[in-house]
Design a protein around this ligand. Structure first.
Ligand SMILES: *Cc1c(COP(=O)(O)O)cnc(C)c1O
Length: 355
């Protein structure tokens, strides 16, 4: 799988920071492993990838990513199995999605092999940073941004693709209290919602802050044109459970095609649930809530895997979701996927990439 390992220039750290890590308090995204990988795009091509100690990079304040927002990212996780081997969950999907985002943002595509080579060599080098406990992993953040030193709106001619990693603990979420957002939108039809573009998140902060100030954990995004159909939950995809049926808004150009969403829906099918990917209306979910027939609502994404929603607010009313089945489905799914990713369940869909 590793093409030409000599094609990456590697400078190892003189002094690992591993012994400074407080493994009991990893949190999320605040501790950085020893190394990072990057590669520069210029003159119409990607150059030699580099791995070197993690640290600040030198930029001009004029780089176009900072002004015109050509910046995209990915998020995935690596685990260790009981034999100490490294397993990365569905990384090719992230490599492919990076290129979908790149296309929408007028950025160059990165060969999947280059993504995989840089990723696997970086993770090999920093495999000591992968925590082994239940729910723990090494979070991997690949990202690409425009570095032309030029003030003018046009696609940049130069880019950096960078990967760094963070050991992360079990993602703690209490059950969420969310508000159905009927004023602001995360993404519009014809917009950039299906790209993992940095600007989408900047734009979501203000409506989320308003919701937080009003006592909610996050917003349930609805479509920009009618606000009658669900799209996502915060920075995660969303799904609903009623009886034996799992419903999730179908992927569109305003919904990010989440790998966790895809995996959870597949496992739900494997477990005998009926899975519906279609438009899911606010009206039908409110009807189910009123009839006490909604058995669960969840945010799904790499960071939390599956985050159960406890309360959905709509038009002045808080609807509480009947708990039993919801916590069961989410709990079962979380445990199963965590075990699968750590090599403790049969990997029948070949999702684990062993390095
Ligand atoms: C990243 C992301 C998701 C989840 O995608 P995963 O591949 O499951 O991590 C969902 N929605 C948005 C808006 C995202 O940025």
């Amino acid at each position: 799988m590793l093409a030409d390992t000599n094609a990456i220039e590697i400078t190892k750290t003189a002094q690992s920071r591993l012994d400074q890590v407080d493994w009991e308090n990893l949190g999320f995204g605040k501790i950085f492993s020893d190394h990072m990988a990057y590669v520069e795009y210029r003159d119409g091509q990607w150059h030699t990838p580099v791995i070197k100690p993690y640290g600040p990079m030198n930029f001009s304040p004029a780089i176009s990513a900072l002004h015109y927002g050509q910046a995209i990212f990915e998020g995935l996780k690596a685990y260790k199995n009981e034999q100490g081997e490294v397993l990365i969950f569905r990384p090719e999907k992230n490599a492919e999605r990076l290129n979908i985002s790149a296309h929408r943002m007028c950025m160059p595509s990165l060969p999947v092999e280059t993504f995989m080579d840089m990723l696997t060599q970086l993770i090999n080098l920093d495999s000591g940073w992968i925590p082994k406990g239940e729910g723990e992993s090494l979070y991997i953040r690949p990202h690409m941004f425009a570095i032309d030193e030029f003030v003018g709106v046009r696609p940049s001619e130069t880019y950096l693709f960078v990967i760094f990693t963070c050991p992360v603990g079990k993602y703690y979420t209490s059950e969420l209290k969310v508000k159905i957002e009927t004023n602001y939108t995360r993404a519009t039809k014809g917009g950039t919602g299906s790209a993992k573009a940095a600007g989408n998140y900047g734009a979501s902060l203000f409506p989320t802050q308003i919701a937080k100030d009003a006592g909610f954990d996050q917003v349930l995004w609805t479509d920009s044109q009618t606000h009658e159909y669900f799209e996502e939950s915060g920075t995660m995809n969303v799904m609903f459970l009623s009886g034996n049926k799992v419903m999730s808004p179908a992927i569109s150009d305003s919904i990010l095609d989440g790998i966790t969403r895809n995996s959870v829906l597949q496992v739900a099918k494997d477990w005998g649930y009926e899975v519906e990917e279609r438009k899911v209306s606010v009206a039908e979910i409110v009807e189910l809530l009123k009839a006490k027939k909604l058995d669960g609502a969840f945010g799904v994404g790499t960071a939390a895997t599956i985050a159960p929603i406890r309360i959905i607010h709509h038009n002045g009313t808080d609807y509480e979701i009947t708990r039993d089945q919801s916590s069961d489905f989410a709990g079962r799914m979380n445990t199963y996927l965590d075990r699968l990713k750590r090599g403790l369940e049969e990997d029948k869909h070949h999702w684990n990439h062993k390095i």
